[in-house]
Write a protein that binds this ligand. Structure first.
Ligand code: HEM
Length: 494
């Protein structure tokens, strides 16, 4: 044990630590293996080793909330899965870095993106989303026109491949903020290409960073089975596209006309003495950081929101009465003459409750993104040495029975007031789909707004049925995020 009062857990084997026990308990879903270990050791906290690193799995609502709020748990482990995203295998970006570099870069990214509408109520961003939705509806109603559209929408049946059909919708909005450019339908092939890469990264990684993160040299021996080859390839492809976007901005850059986020970062590069990379883990403003930082915001827009939307549609197919109740509410307040907008949100409490319940029940990031203790400390009566990985069981706590009665039942009403007035009762929503505290998801508001607008607009316009299989949460895939296996959904115009 790394300390005297370390949480109980399975033994440690050479090289892989306790990883084989997790894989043996549930090879495909490590968060479920973690839940099983909590049961076996009768402890909310389980202590083990991932490769050479001590780790604690936290399966308790109250304790996870503490972890997320306490600054000594704000660190991130140094995972090879994160390093392989960078050309030179450096730790870059926001997701997987920590310390002063992470603080400085997260602040700059969020503050500057905010100016272009990210993370707040912004008419420009809402208009972009609505424009994308109008395109999507035309594509679904009138059929595909371009080759990349034909790959996701079947012209004869009108059914669409999910989540791929949403690859262009949110990424295009992010693209406008990052580069001041929005791509028209005929030019969107590149968005579908990068979408496939992002989804592959999210599906092929695993909750804890893969064995590859703990014994990185395995890539030299088993580049295929360790998933190194594929993950490296998809990241290089996505980074190549981001690099070309940055180059385009550089070619037309003017100090006096800051059109977008990348312009603002280029100005900062000039101000601080423009480096390609410092080659060190304590970095500041540099070109390579711009690339991976942009990837941190584009990749979730490409695949996390589409994946979540796929899971939501799957739930609505399984619960047609919920979709009909949403439709009635939309019909009463918005009608058919216009799309729902963000101003309607307070008047559509049932729709908002559906979004919240869907975020809870199919927790998108089942084990969160690992944190690390940056000092020796205590948690729930256990000793946690500096450097210990902390894995927050977000899926576990979003199904904790004493917090969410009948946790596996899809029941949006749990987030409405008990007085029968159909009022949203935010105090009932104790779910944690986006994390919390200083490490809270940087895209939470953007994702919540985008999901609300998309889901309500789709319900207003279509009814849904699934082709070829029935919705089954048991078949979900767990990678870095949860996804439903690809499925075809038929959108029938109302
Ligand atoms: C439904 C969609 C999404 C869900 C459920 C989600 C959830 C999460 C979670 C659980 C974390 C880890 C929090 C932690 O470390 O404790 C995270 C981190 C993050 N998310 Fe999201 N996310 C979503 C969409 C997005 C989008 C659209 C963006 C950007 C456009 C984004 C950007 C980020 C970033 C940059 C971080 C790292 C924050 C940091 O480490 O400082 N996410 N997200």
């Amino acid at each position: 044990r790394p300390s005297e009062r370390f949480p109980p857990g399975p033994p440690r084997l050479p090289l892989l630590g306790s990883y084989p026990f997790l894989l043996a308990l549930n090879y495909h879903h490590l968060h479920r293996a973690a839940a099983r270990l909590s049961q076996l050791y009768r402890s909310k906290l389980v202590g083990l080793y991932l490769g050479p690193l001590p780790a604690v799995l936290v399966n308790d609502h109250e304790t996870v909330r503490q972890v997320l709020q306490r600054s000594e748990f704000d660190g991130r482990p140094d995972l090879f899965l994160a390093r392989l995203r960078d050309e030179r295998y450096a730790r870059r970006g926001i997701f997987f870095t920590d310390g002063d570099s992470w603080r400085e870069q997260r602040k700059f990214f969020l503050k500057t993106l905010h100016e272009y509408g990210f993370g707040r109520r912004s008419d420009a961003v809402e208009q972009d989303l609505v424009a994308g939705l109008a395109e999507l509806i035309t594509l679904l109603k009138d059929g595909p026109v371009h080759e990349h559209e034909r790959a996701v929408v079947d012209a004869s049946t009108g059914s669409a491949l999910c989540p791929q059909v949403f690859f262009a919708l949110f990424s295009n909005v992010m693209l406008r903020m990052l580069t001041a450019t929005r791509l028209e339908r005929e030019d969107q092939a590149v968005l579908y290409d990068v979408g496939h890469c992002s989804l592959a990264f999210h599906r092929q990684g695993d909750d804890y960073g893969l064995v590859l993160s703990y014994i990185p040299w395995i890539r030299h021996v088993l580049p295929g089975p360790s998933r190194y080859r594929l993950l490296r390839e998809v990241n290089q492809k996505a980074n190549g596209v981001i690099r070309s976007l940055v180059e385009k901005c550089e070619q037309t850059y003017s100090e006096d006309d800051q059109r977008c986020f990348i312009d603002a970062y280029i100005r900062e590069l000039h101000r601080t003495g423009s480096k390609a990379t410092s080659g060190s883990d304590a970095f500041a403003f540099e070109y390579d950081q711009l690339i991976i930082g942009c990837a941190d915001f584009l990749v979730p827009a490409f695949s996390a929101i589409p994946a979540k939307l796929g899971l939501m549609l799957e739930r609505l197919v399984a619960h047609p009465a919920v979709a009909e109740k949403m439709y009635t509410e939309i019909e009463q307040y918005v009608g058919q003459a216009r799309f729902p907008g963000l101003d309607d949100r307070t008047h559509l409490p049932y729709c908002e409750a559906v979004v919240r319940e869907a975020l809870r029940i199919d927790t998108l990031v089942p084990s969160g993104i690992p944190h690390v203790a940056t000092a020796d400390t205590e948690l729930a009566g256990f000793q946690i040495p500096k450097g210990t990985l902390i894995i927050n069981g977000l899926d576990y706590i979003n199904h904790q029975e004493d917090v969410f009665p009948e946790p596996h039942t899809f029941r949006p009403e749990r987030f409405l007031s008990d007085d029968g007035k159909q009022r949203l009762a935010l105090e009932h929503d104790r779910s944690v789909p986006f994390g919390a505290g200083k490490r809270v998801c940087a895209g939470e508001s953007f994702a919540r707004n985008a999901l609300f607008l998309t889901l309500t607009t789709l319900v207003q316009q279509f009814t849904f049925s699934m082709e070829g299989r029935t919705p089954d949460p048991e078949q979900h895939l767990t990678g870095v995020i949860r996804t439903a296996p690809d499925f075809r959904i038929k959108f029938t115009a109302r």
